[in-house]
Design a protein. Structure first.
Length: 341
């Protein structure tokens, strides 16, 4: 399978948790079949409003705050990097010199990223507010009071607080490593400094992968059945997941090693919690939310995609002008052999 296809699968994994929790909608059609779409699903008959929907409690709201931290919130910078490099490929077209080592790449990249940040930030903020409200309702409706209390007891304990801190530290390593790989694939090479100078042993790579296996977000995505190809190609899923783990283990090795040293004494207990009935009950809430949203239009996701499209149309001329303005200098700085590849 071509590396470009790996890159497109990887993009779904990076962006999906940020863009309102699911950049690709899973739609259940009237005939019962399943379809995946990057836009809203076909409208389904509205379900009768329930007058007995449980109201959020103080405990469920407190748990929601912790859950959103575990979910990782929104890594806006990594998201922007991915969308920016996609636009860079459009701007450069078939220009074989248009890659990271082109002198004009960084100025244009920074321009595109700044424009996207300004346009998308308000939409992402609205998504955060929307997700908080959805979680308040879901936890009240799908998690028992006993499980809620048990989970809060764990998360308020010293071990639980360490678990949350571990997840907060691990997720940026995962996202940044995946994003750097995506950007590298699309820009002609990894950024200087992201390529490791070490040659880690197979044992060290395996230890880093075991650490990555404790990721709550990865556990959540697995529970939801999310995968790079959305289950359409198990062989592709296995290959891309292995590739991602290898890249993160190698390119983010020092960060992972420091994390292992800091949380070493609690790692076994973290694994035990993730296999507990309370953790499984919480993961069941994720599945319930996914089932309830299946086939329903996603307003926040639709707003993000529309804003992204509007932003690219609005700024296309200025981005292209910046690219064209730098071409004579950039081409003169590229070796003749590179310009003819």
């Amino acid at each position: 399978m071509r590396i470009e296809r790996y890159a497109s699968l990887l993009l779904l994994m990076i962006v999906a948790p940020v863009v309102s929790g699911a950049a690709i909608n899973k739609c259940t059609l009237p005939d019962g079949s399943t379809e995946y779409s990057d836009g809203p699903c076909p409208a389904a008959p509205a379900a009768p409003a329930s007058s007995t929907a449980p109201l959020p409690t103080r405990d469920s709201v407190e748990l929601r705050k912790i859950v959103l931290v575990l979910n990782g919130g929104s890594d806006m910078d990594a998201t922007l990097d991915v969308f920016t490099v996609m636009q860079m490929r459009v701007i450069g077209g078939n220009d074989s010199t248009w890659k990271r080592d082109n002198p004009n790449w960084a100025p244009v990249f920074n321009l595109v990223k700044a424009d996207l940040r300004r346009d998308l930030a308000p939409v992402v903020a609205a998504q955060v507010t929307s997700m908080a409200a959805q979680w308040d309702q879901a936890l009240a409706a799908h998690l028992s009071a006993d499980d809620t209390v048990s989970l809060l007891k764990f998360f308020h304990s010293p071990l639980g607080q360490q678990f949350v801190e571990f997840q907060k530290a691990l997720l940026p390593i995962q996202v940044q490593g995946s994003s750097a790989m995506m950007v590298g694939l699309a820009s002609g090479g990894m950024a200087p400094g992201s390529v490791p100078v070490e040659t880690p042993s197979p044992e060290l790579i395996a230890a880093r992968k075991r650490l990555l296996s404790l990721s709550w977000v990865s556990l959540m995505m697995s529970a939801l059945g999310q995968s790079p190809s959305h289950g359409k190609s198990p062989s592709d899923d296995k290959a891309i997941n292995t590739l991602i783990l290898d890249v993160i283990a190698k390119t983010r090795g020092p960060s992972l090693d420091a994390l292992e040293r800091k949380f070493h004494d609690g790692l076994a207990s973290f694994s035990t919690f993730e296999q507990s009935s309370q953790a499984k009950a919480l993961l069941a809430v994720y599945r319930a939310m996914a089932a309830e949203s299946s086939g329903q239009p996603d307003g926040t996701n639709d707003a993000f995609l529309k804003t992204l499209k509007r932003s690219t149309v609005e700024h296309a001329a200025s981005w292209n002008a910046a690219y064209q303005a730098g071409r004579p200098h950039a081409q003169s700085a590229v070796p003749a052999t590179a310009a003819t590849r």
